[in-house]
Design a protein around this ligand. Sequence first.
Ligand SMILES: Nc1ncnc2c1ncn2[C@@H]1O[C@H](COP(=O)(O)OP(=O)(O)OP(=O)(O)O)[C@@H](O)[C@H]1O
Ligand SMILES: [Mg+2]
Length: 174
Amino acid sequence: MSYIEFKNVVKEYKMGEVSIKALDNTNFQIEKGELVVIVGPSGAGKTTALNILGGMDTATSGDVIIDGKNITKFKNKQLIKYRRDDIGFVFQFYNLVQNLTAIENVELATQICKKPLDPKEILIKVGLGDRLKNFPSQLSGGEQQRVAIARAIAKNPKLLLCDEPTRRIRLQNR
Ligand SMILES: Nc1ncnc2c1ncn2[C@@H]1O[C@H](COP(=O)(O)OP(=O)(O)OP(=O)(O)O)[C@@H](O)[C@H]1O
Ligand SMILES: [Mg+2]
């Protein structure tokens, strides 16, 4: 069995009379240690798939097996634990806490998990060693995105999910 099995997953958003299938019978497997990139046009369902993998959204139907456990069957408490202990997530729009500095944003995430890495070391690794005490508003878009990447990595998660993690950095280097 693969580390991740996404089986016949449907995600349907209903808004009044209209319904949109963001995922329509999606299937894939990912092995342990694999680095996988999901590519597709805007609106294809990439963020939806990542949110379901990260336990932040639930599938309308289908099964999502992670490390032998079917997370679609998880109760709320199990999902909280799964997100906290197993998942690192880099959001498409960073979601940094605006009144905390770069290092405090990373520390906030590492405080709640079991075997975190050192926040300062990770921020140095992403090239922000001299921006530790800056607030998000004092950082460029690409720098904020690197704080978000550092925050996810520093949790030392089993599964690192990144939603367009280099978008800002890419745009800035054009
Ligand atoms: N909460 C929601 N309610 C209704 N429709 C939604 C919701 N979230 C996403 N959708 C719809 O589901 C589809 C997939 O959205 P999703 O955000 O997964 O796309 P994406 O592939 O990440 O796109 P992008 O490249 O623009 O980030 C889109 O048509 C979107 O409008
Ligand atoms: Mg998206």
